[in-house]
Design a protein. Sequence first.
Length: 301
Amino acid sequence: MDPLVVLFGLGVGILVGLTGIGGGSLMTPLLVLFAGIHPVVAIGTDLAYGAVTKTVGGWRLLRRGTVDVGVSTWLAAGSVPGSLLGVWLIDVLHRAVGEKLDRILLVAIAVALVVVAVSILFRALFLPSLVARERHAVALTARSKAMAVVLGLVLGLLVGMTSVGSGALIGLVLILVFRLTPHRVVGTDVFHAAILLWAAGLAHWVSGNVDFGLMANILVGSLPGIWIGTALLTRVPAHGLRPALGCVLLGSALGVLSKAGADIPAWAIAGAPTVTGLAAYVVHRLRPPAPSPASAEVVPA
């Protein structure tokens, strides 16, 4: 047992239980930056452990009736082959560039973290105005099916290559494109993520990129962490957690870029998230109240 990895698992598990996002976005950079894990192994192991945790959550949410199975299915029709393509691209790049792949993956992870951080901050600060357009279910027309497959393909490719975005980016798509209500966003997001992560995790296992000992260490911390986070859900204001998580991911992106060789001073790695957090606080204080009581529903982001 590695106490540091177990502690990482516990912290990330609590955040996932509280917000529904942040598993892959936080665990991979933590393993790379602080545990010294090889980037490819960190990505593969992260996806494999995430498949287990999301399956447990997805099954519970499915039984509660908070999953739009139709949207999940069509997203998976694109994201599963997209994730397999992402894993295949990593193998191709490894054969083509050898050890240089580490730097390429670190840059890719950093870019994905920035995209996820911006999406979380945007969602937390500016999406309450979309409450009036929310709906409980999506009509599966030819257009909505095609859109789900294409979006799933793109996001699956990103997840397969970096392990980042299975929760935050898919959740953003469910809000902006499919306009689901909050509890349906959470259920559909987690259920679909379980399918996606199993596909990507198994592909990385076949490629030899999963460290099962490391995975066990993460699960020892993350499973009770998720339970603790879920128990604290009604006591911790989500409107503060989401921007904070976005700022942490922004700092993680800068740290990963620094590890990839970018000349980023320590003050910038700490200062950029701090300034962003202060700006998010100001925006939140100046924002008018939500237009509907439904927006006050307490659910993971």
